[in-house]
Design a protein around this ligand. Structure first.
Ligand code: ADP
Length: 558
């Protein structure tokens, strides 16, 4: 009899003392579409059942050595709760054997057998789906905590890849992340199932060939069960990674693709299904969260380290400022006292003392101004006053000459352009760089101010000296607040470590960039580039910042 069934056919093992009756039961079940294995009772019965790994076991209570009860217990122990068991009995049964799901009296009514087997297989299939869902949920839950579970940033990508591969029963998995600077999708090591060499090579440009392949942003995830012959994927990449089937899902933040989660090669060789794809999409969401958590964690750690460093520098700064304020204050007080108390002082001496008082007061005002300016720029309470600046004459006028015995050479090409800038702030940059060039060249020497245009939209200005220079390991930090070169010679010269930081804030406020090239003991070149139209440059910066906020727009296939 063929019954209408909604459950998929299952694999049924039958253990019966009577081979003829066993064959009769098998016939009924085979006709109903099931696969049947007859297992002979006796010493090897348990192994026989385990070998065929059935979805359902039918056993007769009449088998002995071992009894059905022993067989069922051993099978349950070996396999957990799978498979369900139907017990057949021929005489009155006082106690149902333990661990049975259905009991049928022999001779069995074919329809009855069929219905019971169907019901058991259906509920078993439902249980398996529930279990799988539970596993998936557990996996997803673990994934969202991946960052803390992985035990460190280095292991994170390996952990994510292994979890995803296991959940999808795949042999390989890797996370690709978008590198906005190179505009490349880059595989993150460690992955799962790939060699370190394969992963080091696994990257592709989103603007190259990938554009003509699969667009993850527009088309969403990709399933390719024959990857090597698939025109939607990058064949070279797939060949090099040794992948034959794959699923890749975009990791998105808003409309932007930040990376890809790729699993490849099923352990079972079965193709990836729609159900697998749904799970992959959910996993890609969790992996995105885990990667974002890692990014935030790294940022917080970095910010924390920076704050600690600022704290240290601030304490040091307070010491320096206190010292820097005290020295001129003591001088002012001393000279004033002398002028007040020494009645016999010559007029000339008196005037010289008063000039010193004025110059020390100016120095104090400058120090106070610098500190205030930094606070204002940093807290956003400052705006530039843009005006057209004719750079040639401006530099000649802004560079303080006669500061010292150093010879100053001005190298300004004729017709040096006019630019849009804040003249007062720009003057401050020249003054800071020039006074540093003088200050840190105690043995004298020449100082050159070198100007040139760069393309049609930028000017480059350099201040070159032949003084103390800067040790290579201290160059990186110089444009940060409070940073001073820590050598005996530098520390002998008074300073606050604010001048270069102010230069950087001003130059960057103009949409430019400042740098230094230096060799210890031989001198330094401080240079900066400015856009000719700082207003337009500022607008462009805002646009870039907005685009960076919106994230990348990659195309391509893995
Ligand atoms: P300050 O001179 O007040 O200390 P700056 O921010 O202007 O602060 O400079 C930071 C540090 O960079 C200085 O302390 C000095 O050690 C180094 N420096 C700046 N300019 C030069 C230069 N032209 N040559 C050598 N070292 C320099």
């Amino acid at each position: 009899m063929i019954a209408l069934r909604s459950t998929p056919a299952g694999h049924v093992a039958i253990v019966h003392h009577d081979p003829e009756q066993a064959e009769g039961l098998a016939r009924i079940l085979r006709t109903a579409g099931h696969r049947v294995t007859l297992v002979t009772p006796g010493r090897r019965v348990v192994q026989g059942i385990l070998d065929c790994s059935p979805d359902l076991l039918i056993g007769s209570t009449a088998i002995a050595d071992p009894t059905l009860e022993t067989v069922v217990r051993s099978v349950r122990q070996a396999l957990g709760q799978d498979p369900p068991v139907v017990v057949l009995y021929q005489t009155d049964l006082k106690d149902a054997p333990a661990d049975t799901d259905e009991i049928l009296r022999e001779p069995v009514e074919p329809l009855e057998l069929e219905l019971r087997v169907d019901r058991l297989l259906r509920s078993q299939a439902e249980r398996r789906v529930r279990e799988r869902k539970l596993q998936e949920l557990l996996g997803l839950y673990k994934m969202s905590w991946a960052f803390s579970l992985a035990g460190g940033t280095d292991a994170l990508y390996g952990y994510l890849a292994r979890q995803c591969a296991e959940l999808l029963k795949a042999e390989r998995c890797v996370v690709f992340l978008f590198d906005p600077d190179r505009r490349q999708m880059v595989a993150q090591a460690p992955g799962y199932g790939f060699t370190p060499e394969q992963l080091a090579r696994a990257r592709y440009s989103v603007d190259g060939e990938a554009r003509s392949r699969w667009n993850f942003r527009k088309n969403g995830p990709l399933v390719s069960n024959k990857a090597k012959a698939d025109t939607r994927v990058l064949t070279d990449l797939v060949e090099d990674m040794g992948v034959s089937s794959l699923m890749a899902a975009p990791m998105t933040r808003g409309p932007q693709v930040q990376g890809l989660l790729m699993v490849a090669d099923r352990a079972t060789r079965a193709p990836f299904s729609d159900e697998d794809l749904n799970l992959l999409l959910a996993l890609a969401g969790q992996v995105t969260i885990a990667v974002e958590n890692l990014r935030l964690h790294t940022e917080i750690k970095r910010a924390n380290a920076l704050l600690q460093e600022y704290d240290r520098l601030k304490s040091e700064f307070v010491g320096i400022v206190a010292h820097d304020f005290r020295r001129p204050l003591m001088a002012i007080r001393g000279f004033c006292e002398l002028v007040l108390e020494e009645e016999d002082l010559a007029l000339e001496t008196r005037q010289e003392f008063m000039r010193t008082v004025i110059s020390e007061t100016d120095h104090l005002a400058l120090l106070a101004n610098d500190t205030l300016l930094i606070t204002n720029i940093e807290t956003g309470q400052f705006s530039f006053n843009w005006a057209e600046v004719d750079l040639g004459p401006f530099i000649l006028e802004a560079v303080p000459l006669g500061l010292s015995d150093h010879s100053v050479l001005m190298d300004i090409p004729p017709g040096f352009p006019k630019i849009l800038a804040d003249p007062e702030r720009l003057r401050q940059v020249f003054i800071n760089l020039m006074s540093n060039a003088v200050k840190y060249s105690p043995a004298g020497g020449s100082i050159t101010v070198r100007c040139r245009t760069h393309g049609t939209e930028h000017v480059v200005i350099e201040v070159v000296d032949h003084g103390l220079g800067i040790p290579a390991d201290q160059i990186d930090k110089l444009f940060r607040k409070f940073q001073r070169v820590r050598t005996e010679e530098h520390m002998r010269i008074s300073g606050t470590g604010l001048g270069l930081y102010i230069c950087r804030l001003i130059v960057e406020g103009h949409g430019g960039h400042i740098w230094v090239e230096s060799e210890s003991g031989r001198g330094s070149t401080f240079g900066f580039v400015l856009p000719m139209d700082a207003g337009a440059a500022q607008q462009a910066r805002h646009k870039d910042a907005k685009e960076a906020e919106a994230g990348p727009r990659p195309h391509g296939a893995g």
